[in-house]
Design a protein around this ligand. Structure first.
Ligand SMILES: *[C@@H]1O[C@H](CO)[C@@H](O)[C@H](O)[C@H]1NC(C)=O
Ligand SMILES: *[C@@H]1O[C@H](CO)[C@@H](O)[C@H](O)[C@H]1NC(C)=O
Ligand SMILES: *[C@@H]1O[C@H](CO)[C@@H](O)[C@H](O)[C@H]1NC(C)=O
Ligand SMILES: *[C@@H]1O[C@H](CO)[C@@H](O)[C@H](O)[C@H]1NC(C)=O
Ligand SMILES: *[C@@H]1O[C@H](CO)[C@@H](O)[C@H](O)[C@H]1NC(C)=O
Length: 418
């Protein structure tokens, strides 16, 4: 019973939303917003003043805003129906202006604010042409800039070289200056999800010197092909909900550090067999495409999502061409529901992927006449060396595969049917 409920919970945990940010490693800037939440130090010392005795003139604060007396480097101006950005005093390092009615970003507000490290201007009504040229570039300590949920038509340019995180999701951005990103040496993450970017914006885009860029989110844009020339430092790449139909041969050879790749809701019909042979890849999401065939699974991969495709046969030999007893695949979870599978997975899968804990098979897209009883074992223990050898034999001789399958009822597998 515990097992059954786990099966029902897994699909809820995985792959429900398109722009999946549910894992900590794929940081979520929309959910971690600092709204109403003061820095921890403030919480911990609610009544104690001057815990930072080294701030000499911490009292200055815009009259519209709140500067916590014992965390005086922060200025909170969020949720106040403000139409203008107040003047920001020179000692302020973090300014929170989200959820207002701000339409413009003028130089005056920032003339003295040279210490700023973080600006949150999300959930406002800012147009690109209402941002004074160079207003951000002057802030030579700025590390985080939040501008999600505005009305921007282009990526702000120029930006300060100190910038580390640039959050621009949910705007109307269709234009990216060729040099906007160039030279941002400390940039680690850019979020451009839910904008209007097309392929042409990425032609000739310079990612030169962005050697620290780890995460690029481009979900829900209008891309039809893979962006060229991405920096080799990337670890997380999100391209969900575009119209990408082709992954060029060897595309990911230039991204050897990739840990997670999300490409659900695209138009992929086929991918090169070796496309995802990326040595450290841990998560691969290709759900909601039009794939007909499976592909090589790198040993490092832990989570594979290929639900809602057109796959008729899970050819495990394609996924796992050889077994290496010293170097097993790390795969623990496969989601294959809403394909066109008519048979359970070959039991060879459990030799190739001995760490599998759950296969979410769910419903398949079959005509009622095809809708046979599809049942598959989902949990099993690790292989003993003898079992491993048997699997090897069975694999080499394809005719043996059915023999192995026929043994499901033995204690060979802890097979559970659902
Ligand atoms: C900037 O600082 C100067 C000197 O402290 C002050 O006179 C001026 O009013 C400030 N400007 C703004 C826009 O806050
Ligand atoms: C980049 O970050 C490093 C380490 O925090 C810092 O020393 C350096 O000044 C930053 N570079 C720029 C251009 O701000
Ligand atoms: C995909 O993106 C479009 C906008 O490009 C959006 O309207 C739609 O809700 C997104 N689909 C999903 C499943 O998120
Ligand atoms: C699986 O793929 C291998 C290699 O392409 C092929 O030889 C084999 O016939 C396929 N098996 C099935 C069941 O399609
Ligand atoms: C395991 O396989 C990977 C990929 O083929 C390889 O890079 C790695 O060196 C192997 N490790 C061992 C211990 O054989």
């Amino acid at each position: 019973m515990g097992f059954l409920s786990l099966l029902f919970i897994t699909p809820l945990l995985f792959g429900v939303t398109v722009c999946q940010y549910e894992f900590d490693d794929f940081e979520d800037d929309y959910e971690n917003e600092i709204d109403h939440e003061y820095p921890r130090i403030f919480h911990h010392n609610p009544g104690i003043e001057n815990v930072f005795p080294y701030f000499n003139t911490p009292n200055e604060c815009a009259k519209e805003c709140f500067c916590p007396p014992n965390f005086p480097i922060a200025m909170y101006c969020d949720h106040r129906k403000l139409q203008k950005i107040p003047s920001i005093p020179s000692h302020i390092q973090q300014v929170y202006l989200q959820y207002n009615d701000i339409k413009a970003v003028h130089l005056e507000s920032f003339v003295n604010a040279t210490a700023l490290k973080e600006i949150d201007l999300s959930h406002n009504k800012i147009n690109s042409h209402m941002i004074d040229t160079g207003v951000f570039a002057k802030l030579s300590n700025l590390a985080q800039l939040h501008l999600q949920y505005n009305l921007l038509e282009e990526v702000p340019y120029p930006l300060p070289r100190s910038l580390e995180r640039l959050i621009l999701g949910f705007n109307q951005i269709s234009s990216l200056h060729r040099k906007a990103i160039e030279g941002l040496v400390n940039l680690t993450m850019i979020d451009l999800c839910s904008n209007y970017l097309e392929d042409s914006q990425f032609k000739g885009i310079q990612f030169s010197n962005t050697n620290n860029l780890m995460q690029l989110n481009l979900c829900s844009n209008r891309l039809q092909s893979m962006p060229p020339e991405l920096p080799s430092s990337l670890m997380y790449l999100s391209l969900e909900n575009n119209s990408i139909s082709v992954i060029p041969n060897n595309y990911f050879q230039r991204l050897p550090k990739l840990l997670a790749l999300r490409m659900s809701y695209n138009n992929l019909q086929e991918v090169p067999h070796n496309a995802f042979n990326i040595p450290g890849l841990v998560e691969l999401n290709l759900g909601h495409n039009k794939l007909k065939q499976v592909f090589y699974i790198p040993r490092s991969l832990q989570h594979l999502y290929i639900e809602d495709n057109e796959i008729e046969v899970m050819n495990i030999t394609l996924m796992c061409p050889s077994l290496d007893p010293l170097n097993f695949s790390h795969l623990t979870y496969i989601r294959v529901d809403q394909n066109k599978l008519t048979a359970p997975l070959s039991t060879y899968a459990f030799f190739c992927f001995p760490h599998i804990r759950s296969i979410y098979y769910g419903e398949q897209k079959l005509s009622t006449s095809q809708r046979t009883q599809l049942r598959t074992p989902v949990f099993r223990r690790y292989l003993t060396p003898e079992e491993y050898e048997e699997a090897e034999d069975g694999h080499e001789d394809q005719d043996h595969e059915n023999d192995i399958r026929g043994r499901e009822d033995d204690d060979y597998f802890d097979s559970y049917l659902y």
